[in-house]
Structure formats: C-alpha cells, structure tokens
Write a protein that binds this ligand. Structure first.
Ligand code: FES
Length: 610
C-alpha cells in the first residue's frame, strides 16, 4: 500500500522482485519512493515502512522504533529482505529530497538537464523596445540557453496572454518552450530501458527524483527474432525490415509512454525529456541506423555516442521539442545498456573489486579492481531465455522459476512457479536451479551426464524413477500433470538441456576468468558479484555458484542488481553530472576481445564441468 500524502488516497501495487532484494530496493526499482537520505545503507533511519506478519528485527530497528511500533510491524525498509511474499505499507514522503536514491544504493544529487524558471517580465513600452526574446533571455541569463524555433513561434502570444508571467523550459541548455504562468512544480521525463526482449519505462518527477509510474512490455520487434543477431539478419535479408524494426521500436516506446503518463495523470505534452539505454543494436534500430556492421566481423559501431536527437525521432509523441538522451556504447557488444548499468552500480567509483555480469543471450561482463575497469562480451546463446531448451519458456505465468530437490522429504521435488499456475515449462532461473540441484544430490556428475539408473537408485531412491527417457534421450521429470501422463507431456530437463546450459555457463565463466587473469586476480579477490538484467537478477546466487556461473564465493557476495540499465537511464535524467560520468566511462573502461584469444578454446573446455 502506498500512501501519497496530502488528500490523495493510498494506492495498492503488486510488484515482483528477485528473492533477497531489500524492501527499499524493491520499492525504488518499481517506482515507489521511500524516504531516505543515506541511499539504503542503514544509517539515516528514515526508510520506515510497516510490514504485515513476522519479519526479523535488526539492531537498527531496535534503535529506531518503540516496542509497540516493532510489534505493529514497523521496520527500516533497507534492512528487510524480501525472501517471501510481503505486504508492506509505505508512508508518504516527509521531505522534498535534494537527492534521489537510484540504482544499487546510489545517491544522486538532483541536477536535471530539464530546468524550469518562472519569470515576471516588464511589459514593453515605447521607452523599452527590447525584443520579446531579449527580455526573456535577460531574465534567465545565468542559464544562457539557446532558443529553439518552437519558442519563437509561441513566445509573442504566450507572453501577452499570460501578462508576461511565464515559465521558461530549458533542456540541456536549449530553451525548448515558454509556458504561461508558473509551471515549475511540473517537470517530467521518461527513462527507457530498451531491451531486446522487454522494454521498461519509468515516468519521473525530476524535481524530486520520484518515479511516478513504471510500465513494461515485450519489445514489438519480437516477430523479427528473439535476439540481436536474428534482427540484424532480418535487415540484411529484406531492405524494408530496417524501417519496420524502427517502427516497431517506436510503437513500443510510444505505447509505454502513453501508459505511464495515463497512470500518473500527466499530459504527454508536459514530458520534456527522455533517456534511453539500449544495447548497440537496439539503439541503432530505434534510430533507423543500418545495424549490419554490428553483426559481422570485425563488429563495428556507426558511432559510440549517438547524436542529440528529439524524442519524436524515436517515434514518441510527447512535447514536440522533447529531447532524447541516448547512452553511449563501449563496443558493438557492450552497449549503452551496460554503460547505464555501470553508472547505476557505481562501477567506476567503488574501490572494491567487483564483477558485474548481465546474463543473457549476449552476456556482458565488467570487472573493476577499484583502479582499472575491463569489460567483455560472451556469447552465451539462448538457453537462459528458454531457447534451445526442451521445455524452455520465458519467465511468464506457468514457468518453473525455482527448483528444490529433497530426496528424503515427503515431496522430493518442490517447484515454485510464476503466477502460482500449473507448471508449463522452465525459465532460465528454473533451468539453472534444476541443474544445480541435480548436481547437488548427485544425479548429474561433474561432466554434466545423468548418472546410470542403478547409481541413481542408490543415492536418491525417491527421485530415481523420475530419471527416464524420451526416445533415446535421458530426461529428469520435474512435473507430471497426471499420474498417467506420458513423459513427453511432462515438464522435463533433458540431457541436451544440461549440455546447452554447460555451454552457456562455460562461455560466461571463461569471460570472467580471462578478465580476472588480465588484472592478476584470483576468484577469492572478488568482493562483490552483481547479477544484472531481467534474467540475471532472478538467478539464485547459490545455484549460480554451484554450477560455476559465478566465482566460488560466499553467497552473500552475490547480489541481485535488478534492472540496472533502467536505473542508469533514470540517473541520467536526474543529474547532468551522472550523464557526464557515462561519457567518462568510455575512456575509463578497456574492452577485451575474447574471440581472437588463442587460449579461449582451452579455457572454455576447462569451464564446461560442474
Ligand atoms: Fe537510510 Fe534505510 S535508507 S536507513
């Protein structure tokens, strides 16, 4: 329940977050603002929420709340982890923040590129015949904006209709509009994470940094193929495909923009800026730039920093002169989404040795030792998104997302299914869990092979009859709809699925192993692993460690980072300094090309086993 303060009624929202993420981060990633001045680090004691049902009490809670408040469920949101379904009451904000909490515990001082200034101008007289524009610019000379033609078209009428009391709207040093009266309390921008699969939009009040609405939907480019390579291929096969892909991206962004504006009751014409974080291919397609060179060796981008464009160039119908900021890219396969993610996680500011892994079809890896930052991309293939997996599916209702094997329990296979529906298939996190659990109980050996039947009957009799065959292929039955269902009607994990996952995880672990070697580091030197992206964030850290997707480290060092690309896009809208930081990252990060390394294949083979 979110209380908005004032007379507005409390609203109810349901959100889904990776297990183990704090209530504070869960709220902030989903556009729900909670009071804070420390950014979720447990020191400001402002992030007070009420949680229904029992939840642990930290020593900071004991210092902050009375016994009655603790009994009533009051806790500090940044110290409670969402490890089960929680019902949380969020009180209204008590202060107008000067900084906003964004990304993974980042405090951003609010300095948006979108500025508004209310001015009351002297009316012209015969003794003062300065032009309308000079009169306005003199009143805001500290901002020294360059006027846009749109302003000149509107200025004479707006000034006179509003008795020369107007608000100048400036985006990134350009005067984009002049509005009658004082509209300084209304400054809106939209942050987009333009993913290959899913696109997320957050409407922000940039005066306070408060997210007003969040929406997501599948990218309308899906019919052209599930990954960037198939979409690039589509443009190479059909000359009309580029225009269609561009239009599909525009429709996706426009639909989301309309949705968030509608939900927050904001007129789309009042949105003056957007920021967009996408991989290099998604950014090129959204702008209508031929992506072919990104898809063929030597994998070259048209430009690392797209030029300044208008939101309308992306197919958006917002304010007619709304600006669009696009994140720069490090390379064809480490794009603007990863630069935004680095910004959101402070990869260039933290002195710790940290590894950032965005798990997907193309897996981007960044390693920083506090001094140097390396990045690379590993082709993991479609396994994590359910592609090439016998019962694979996207993370949608009916997808098994958590698997637990309890060989001596009453229920030897415990599944958690998205939407609490009947299991229909396995999504990426379910796949990783299933394999990890089968390795743990010994039904899969270190080479990734199912053990012989006799051996299975010895080590896990309650599970042995689930190890069967479809045709010649061995499979493990995770869910049988009816006792008499045939095996090919069941949700199963096949031997080939295990191989697919082995190849995917070996590509990723080869990537970070080689980066660690470049910096002369060992596994144990890594102080934090950030699992990012819509898939990575939902992975069970314990399973990721067990199958070797991440270095063998204490589980608390593995952190779900959420949608960091979207968070980075928000930061770019809230702070021009952060935006400049994205640009600096291009100089600070060294890209390591894996495909031309002679030791890649040997390393890959070493990493295949569990
Ligand atoms: Fe400051 Fe929780 S956000 S204590």
């Amino acid at each position: 329940t979110v209380e908005t303060g004032g007379d507005a009624p409390a609203t109810e929202r349901s959100v889904r977050v990776p297990p183990g993420v704090t209530v504070f981060d869960s709220a902030s990633w989903n556009g729900i603002a909670i009071d804070s001045t420390c950014g979720g680090h447990g020191t400001c004691h402002k992030c007070r929420v009420r949680i229904e049902g029992p939840s642990p009490v930290s020593r900071h809670d004991l210092r902050t709340f009375t016994r009655e408040q603790l009994d009533d469920g009051w806790r500090l949101a940044c110290l409670v982890q969402a490890t089960r379904d929680l019902r949380v009451d969020v009180p209204p904000l008590t202060t107008r923040p000067k900084a906003a909490t964004v990304g993974v515990g980042r405090q951003v001082i609010l300095r948006p590129a979108l500025q508004k200034r209310y001015v009351e101008l002297d009316e012209p007289t015969l003794a003062d015949q300065r032009t309308d524009l000079d009169r306005l610019l003199a009143a805001i000379d500290d901002l020294a904006p360059t006027p846009d033609l749109h302003v000149l078209r509107r200025l004479p009428r707006v000034l006179r209709e509003a008795d020369f009391k107007v608000t100048a709207v400036i985006v990134d040093e350009t005067l984009v509009d002049v509005e009658p009266g004082d509209t300084t309390g209304r400054r809106h921008a939209i942050a987009f994470d333009l993913g290959t699969t899913t696109v997320v939009a957050t409407l922000l009040d940039v005066t306070t940094g408060t997210p007003l609405a969040v929406a997501s939907m599948l990218n309308r480019q899906q019919p052209f193929g599930g990954d960037v390579i198939t979409r690039i291929s589509a443009t190479m096969l059909d000359p009309r495909a580029l225009d269609r892909l561009r239009a599909a991206a525009g429709e996706t962004l426009a639909e989301l923009a309309a949705h968030v504006c509608d939900e927050a009751g904001v007129d789309p014409a009042e949105v003056h800026e957007v920021a967009l974080a996408g991989n290099a291919t998604m950014t090129a397609l959204a702008l209508g730039i031929d992506p072919e060179p990104l898809g063929v060796a030597p994998f070259v981008m048209s430009t690392p920093q797209p030029p300044a464009v208008l939101a309308s160039d992306l197919g958006l119908s917002l304010h007619p002169r709304a600006r669009a900021y696009l994140f720069p890219a490090l390379g064809a396969y480490v794009g603007g989404d990863i630069v935004a993610g680095m910004l959101a996680t402070g990869m260039d500011r933290d002195k710790r040795t940290r590894l950032f892994i965005d798990v997907g079809t193309n897996c981007e890896i960044v390693l920083s030792d506090g001094e140097r930052i390396l990045s690379t991309a590993a082709p993991a293939g479609p396994a994590f998104e359910g592609g090439a997996i016998r019962c694979g599916m996207r993370a949608a209702d009916g997808a098994v997302e958590v698997v637990k094997l309890v060989p001596d329990g009453d229920e030897p296979v415990v599944l958690s299914v998205i939407g609490d529906a009947e299991p229909r298939g396995l999504c990426g996190s379910g796949l990783v869990d299933a394999v990890s659990e089968l390795v743990r109980v010994g039904l899969l050996d270190a080479s990734g092979r199912f053990v012989p039947e006799e051996r299975a009957a010895e080590i896990a009799p309650a599970l042995a009859d689930r190890l069967t065959k479809i045709g010649e292929e061995r499979v493990f039955v995770l869910f049988r709809p009816h006792p008499d269902s045939k095996t090919d009607e069941c949700v199963v994990l096949s031997q080939r699925d295990v191989r697919e996952l082995q190849f995917a995880k070996a590509a990723i672990s080869t990537g970070w192993t080689l980066l660690l070697e470049e910096l002369g580091l060992e596994h144990r030197d890594v102080q934090q692993v950030l699992l990012a992206g819509s898939f990575g964030s939902y992975l069970s850290p314990a399973s990721a460690i067990r199958i070797g997707l991440v270095p063998k480290l204490p589980v608390l060092r593995i952190v779900s980072a959420g949608n960091v690309a979207g968070e980075g896009a928000k930061m770019a809208l809230l702070s021009v300094r952060e935006r400049a930081g994205a640009r600096t990252l291009l100089e600070e990060v060294t890209y390591v090309e894996l495909s031309d390394r002679t030791d890649f294949n040997d390393r890959f083979v070493e990493q295949l086993s569990f």
